[in-house]
Design a protein around this ligand. Structure first.
Ligand code: AMP
Ligand code: MG
Length: 418
């Protein structure tokens, strides 16, 4: 198991751009999870730990793509019909078993190995059977309806790259290559807790001044979506000593600790005090809006991500920073989330130099896709995510713009899924 260096989250600057933050994660963080071999049938959603190289060709043999007649193309007259005797049969799983010579037609079915010597298959719809002979139309291309061995994956080729989260089609491909097991990374074990004296468990009566914990259930679902095994440590009060005990205990048996709340610079920021007692804490102030600093540290060698308490800020910083960090710790490769251009259905005033993430829905208007901004922006307005489809990302260089300007749209599915 890889160990992170003590100062892997150290960062001297004031404000950190999103791209620079992701580059730092890629450069400094390595997978911390061991590998295990699992049955292919249980591998959906797991992260492939080693490159899967094809040991055979897929398909393993040249075969017919249709039901019809396998022929030697040179036998087909270029003008007028050709009549050939039907001299054999090849079905899927039942090869002809001999070499085809000139002047023969072999009855063949989809998936049947191409008989050696034949190079073309005439679809049965283009043939007329006349007793034990078959009449072929002119004009077929040489090699038509023949699938080559290895045309899907050639032996020796990289079929699936390490770091990939295995999707259903990946399992199909691994199976087509003959694998019944795959090497995957063990799930990242994550301890999750909320902090705050005011934060209260849903279902319990709400005391004066209290609020229900919105973050924990949301973050647990996001973590599970990334394949993590989550330990729910509940809600912890704003007491540094108690928090330190909780974090110290969590550092045993977990690969990562995720907290929310208590990490800004106010007096009531006890997570910070607690971590500084146990290990090291760095703050990454991302140049984003909405954005609060995210605390990154280590508790007895176990990395910790301290997300802001406001639910929108927690979700956004999870998407931007925690997600790539978690993917990296989990052994997954980090593909940049795919955003696409849409027309802004609103005008906007923006300061240059930071990246803004507006919540927006998509609609079709006169044949174009338009992003409509959610009217309330506050970092505590979780409805802005619930009622939206994704983020409009306004890059550092963008300033004020008018409705109709092309902006970048990032669907939530890109960052709030796997
Ligand atoms: P903090 O980051 O602790 O300063 O909290 C910032 C804001 O987020 C405060 O209004 C908190 O009450 C709120 N908050 C903190 N944790 C949660 C939580 N788990 N669920 C909902 N709101 C929270
Ligand atoms: Mg708090």
């Amino acid at each position: 198991m890889a160990q992170l260096s003590d100062d892997c989250f150290a960062f001297g600057g004031e404000l950190l751009g999103v791209d620079a933050a992701i580059a730092l994660i890629e450069a400094r963080i390595s997978p911390v999870v061991d590998q295990e071999i699992v049955p292919l049938a249980a591998a959906a959603g797991r992260i492939l730990a080693r490159d899967l190289v094809a040991r055979i060709d897929v398909p393993p043999h040249a075969n017919s793509a249709v039901d019809g007649f396998a022929i030697v193309h040179a036998d087909v007259h270029s003008e007028g019909d050709t009549v050939l005797p039907v001299t054999g049969r090849a079905a899927a799983g039942h090869p002809l078993g001999r070499i085809v010579g000139r002047g023969e037609a072999i009855r063949i079915f989809t998936g049947a190995p191409m008989p050696q010597g034949a190079d073309t298959v005439m679809m049965q719809e283009d043939c007329v059977v006349e007793g034990d002979r078959v009449r072929l139309k002119p004009g077929i291309r040489q090699g038509a309806n023949r699938r080559h061995a290895g045309e899907d994956v050639a032996r020796g080729a990289l079929a699936l790259a390490a770091g990939r989260r295995l999707k259903p089609a990946d399992l199909g491909l691994a199976a087509a290559l003959g694998n019944d097991t795959v090497p995957v990374f063990r799930p990242l074990r994550v301890a999750l807790l909320s902090t705050g004296d005011e934060v209260c468990e849903p279902g319990a009566p709400l005391a004066p001044g209290a609020i229900y914990d919105a973050n924990r259930v949301m973050l647990a679902a996001l973590l599970r979506g990334l394949g993590c095994a989550v330990s729910d440590l509940g809600i912890r009060p704003d007491r540094a000593a108690a928090l330190a005990d909780t974090l110290a205990a969590a550092s045993a048996g977990h690969d990562l600790i995720v907290t929310s709340g208590g990490v800004s610079t106010g007096d009531e920021d006890h997570v910070r005090t607690a971590i500084e007692k146990l290990g090291r804490l760095d703050f990454w102030r991302l140049a984003i809006k909405p954005g609060r600093p995210v605390a990154l540290g280590q508790v007895r060698g176990v990395p910790l991500v301290g997300l802001p308490g406001n639910p929108v800020a927690a979700a956004l910083t999870f998407a931007i920073l925690a997600r790539p960090l978690i993917l990296r710790l989990s052994g997954a490769s980090i593909a940049p989330p795919l955003s696409f251009p849409v027309a802004a259905g609103f005008s906007y005033r923006k300061k240059q130099g930071r990246r803004e993430y507006l919540r927006a829905t998509l609609a079709r208007e006169n044949g174009t896709v338009v992003a409509r901004k959610y009217p309330k922006d506050g970092a505590g307005i979780l409805s802005s995510i619930v009622q939206s489809d994704g983020f409009v990302i306004l890059d550092e260089s963008v300033s004020d713009f008018v409705s109709g300007t092309i902006v970048d749209f990032l669907p939530f599915s890109e960052v709030f899924g796997s």
